[in-house]
Design a protein around this ligand. Structure first.
Ligand SMILES: Nc1ncnc2c1ncn2[C@@H]1O[C@H](COP(=O)(O)OP(=O)(O)OP(=O)(O)O)[C@@H](O)[C@H]1O
Length: 283
């Protein structure tokens, strides 16, 4: 199947530069820098409260960094609103599903796709032909996403009646209807059984390889992360403590220490524990 998104005209790299995000007196992120090259699957991992979702919120325009800069190609995301960020080609599948539970799968996808309609109210009133042509194109686009995400069997079902695993798949499909060049996935496999996880892994790889979409993934299942990522960044207490290939990151003593809580030889110990992290450690 041909890519559902148009071929990109020029490379667009996501660049997070020295980002600090402060809530009251607490730094959720401190001086975080990372690069997401176009076409890669890049994962962000770290214990609970490490700042992963805060970083995704900064990239997608829900939060604005207190300091630092985030760019996507020539676009500055640091002060952009979420709808503007979407317009730059960045879509996000949410941890807590953003779906209308009473609407069918296809209705949810069409509704999301409507944000990309090129015509406004006046067009609809005076240029009915153009509006209806656009509507037909949107329907065709959504049908390709339904096919690509293997949702045919559920297309007419109200989303609220579907299993959690299928709802997560619909949420990813919803993000794909926005024709992104960069897809942000916040724990797309949380709460899934083994079979559902295997399906989601396959879809993520197809999104990258067949559709050419760059993926930023937050995921607690480290087995999956190390299997499918081109590059992994590790946050702890809001700071980037490691970054590199999966092999490099899994062998890094700072990462082992962050996850196990066991001091590793050669890792400098802070004088006092930084503030602001929940005690639980992710899987
Ligand atoms: N809106 C907010 N107001 C105040 N503090 C916040 C806000 N959002 C996040 N934080 C704090 O920022 C820190 C990082 O939280 P964040 O949710 O980004 O971590 P995380 O790595 O995504 O955690 P988890 O794996 O548990 O989802 C935490 O101490 C959290 O309490």
């Amino acid at each position: 199947m041909p890519p559902v998104s148009a071929a990109p005209p020029a490379a667009r790299q996501l660049h997070v530069e020295n980002v600090t995000l402060t809530f009251g007196g607490l730094n959720a992120l401190t001086d975080v820098s990372l690069i997401v090259p176009e076409g890669e699957i890049v994962s962000i991992i770290g214990p609970n409260g490490a700042g992963k979702t805060s970083l995704l919120n900064c990239i997608s325009g829900f939060y604005h960094p207190t300091r630092g800069r985030i760019t996507f190609g020539e676009h500055d995301l640091s002060r952009s609103a979420p709808n503007v960020v979407t317009g730059f080609g960045i879509a996000r599948a949410f941890q807590n599903l953003e779906l209308f539970r009473g609407l069918s799968v296809v209705e949810n996808l069409l509704l999301a796709r409507h944000t990309h309609l090129r015509y406004g109210l006046l067009d609809s009133l005076f240029f009915y032909g153009r509006a209806s042509r656009q509507e037909a194109e949107n329907r065709a686009y959504v049908e390709r996403i339904v096919d690509f995400m293997e949702l045919e069997a559920y297309r007419a079902h109200p989303v609220g009646t579907l299993s959690y695993g299928i709802q997560k798949r619909v949420e990813v499909a919803r993000a794909l209807t926005l024709a992104p060049r960069l897809l942000l996935l916040d724990e797309p496999m949380a709460g899934m059984n083994v079979e559902e996880k295997e399906d989601m892994v396959r879809f993520i790889l197809d999104i990258q390889r067949e559709q050419g979409i760059t993926v930023v993934l937050i995921e607690h299942d480290l087995g999956v992360v190390m299997d499918i990522s081109d590059r992994v960044y590790v946050l702890d207490f809001g700071q980037r403590i490691a970054g590199g290939t999966p092999a490099e990151v899994s062998a890094d003593p700072r990462v082992i220490e962050a996850y196990t809580g066991v001091a590793q030889p050669g890792v400098a110990q802070p004088a006092a524990a930084p503030q602001g992290r929940a005690p639980a450690v992710g899987t």
